[in-house]
Ligand binder design. Structure first.
Ligand code: CP
Length: 332
């Protein structure tokens, strides 16, 4: 029988749409941050499997720490290096490179785990394939236990929840925001490699559900999928967007329209102290890892403007609030 409470998360955490009450989830995370072991018994004799098809530092360690704080057993598998190559096509004749079908592998993992976290990046070749979230959806279907996204082809909800927690901590009891909403700007930044749109999509969809004045700025051709940017003000002039900003979220992403392509190499999009002068003494955010002096300058990352370490810290409390809600609602 499910215990329903105000923090109820659906049987998966893959998007803001899986959360019934976003503010309650943020407050749960902040409460866990001040009392990390309050639910030490909740995860006793429960096992989480963390399955990585791509590299990770923060997601891997913070989710593991969150699960341990809840008393869970944790198993981590680097599927890309240690597992069999997975087939996803229904009816495939597996006489080539794939060794195991996702329907078998996911079903077996579901036998060993009460909750499974999965990271699977996009290939950035076929927009339809990536945006259908084929791998994630099949994994959810076949594993039979609650699934937490550790970053999918299109979204990174644990990162976005940590970002929302960070903004909430900075705005709470801040006289600057007594009579107005914070202005939050997501700005595109240069990068040498084509990166997924997942962090930007995800930050946009969480901000669009938050009580903030939200802007997105990027060079022409970097428009995100509009389903994530409803309520956002999209401007191509970075200086205009940055004016009076309270928070600036810096992130590179490759083109969604010309899928996976790098269309702009203009280094003047990199945020500098000079650009910060037009903001409202803004705090600067980035999900990390960051390529210093390509995406974001040393002078900002090493200054009081930077929130990047606080964001990374909040990844633990975001994961812990999500796992706590799933344990309470779906694993009793
Ligand atoms: N921000 C983030 O997800 O970091 P990792 O890729 O290191 O997990």
């Amino acid at each position: 029988m499910y215990h329903i409470n105000s923090l109820n998360i659906m049987k998966k955490f893959t998007s803001v749409s899986d959360v019934v009450d976003v503010n309650a989830l943020i407050h749960s995370a902040i409460s866990l941050k001040s009392n990390p072991f309050s639910d030490k018994k909740l995860g006793e004799n429960k096992t989480i499997g963390l399955i990585f098809l791509n590299p990770s530092l923060r997601t891997r360690l913070s989710t593991q720490k969150a699960a341990m704080n809840l008393g869970m057993n944790v198993m981590v598998m680097n599927m890309d290096k240690e597992g069999w190559a997975l087939e996803t096509q229904e009816g495939a004749i597996m006489n080539h490179t794939t060794v195991e079908h996702i329907k078998d592998a996911a079903a077996v993992m579901g036998q060993y785990c009460d909750i499974i976290g999965v990271r699977s990046f996009p290939k950035l070749i076929d927009k339809f394939e990536d945006y259908s979230e084929d791998f994630f959806n099949k994994f959810i279907t076949y594993c039979g236990v609650p699934v937490v996204s550790l970053e999918s082809a299109t979204l990174h909800p644990l990162q976005s929840l940590a970002d929302c927690i960070t903004i909430a901590e900075c705005t709470k009891n801040n006289p600057r925001f007594e009579n107005r909403k914070p202005k939050v700007v997501l700005t595109w930044a240069p990068h040498i490699k084509p990166l997924p749109q997942a962090v930007a999509n995800s930050f946009a969809e969480w901000m669009c559900k938050s009580d903030v004045d939200f802007y997105i700025t990027h060079p022409e051709g970097y428009e995100l999928d509009s389903k994530y940017t409803t309520n956002a003000k999209i401007v191509l002039n970075q200086d205009f967007a940055l004016e009076n900003a309270d928070f600036v979220y810096v992130k590179n992403w490759s083109s969604y329209q010309q899928y996976g392509k790098i269309l702009c190499t203009d280094n003047s999009w990199m945020l500098t102290n000079n650009k910060l002068k037009i903001t409202n003494d803004a705090k600067v955010m980035h999900c990390l890892p960051v390529r210093r002096n390509v995406e974001l300058s040393d002078e900002i990352l090493d200054s009081h403007h930077s929130l990047v370490t606080q964001q990374a810290n909040n990844r633990t409390w975001a994961a812990q609030a999500v796992l706590k809600s799933i344990l309470e609602n779906h694993c009793l």
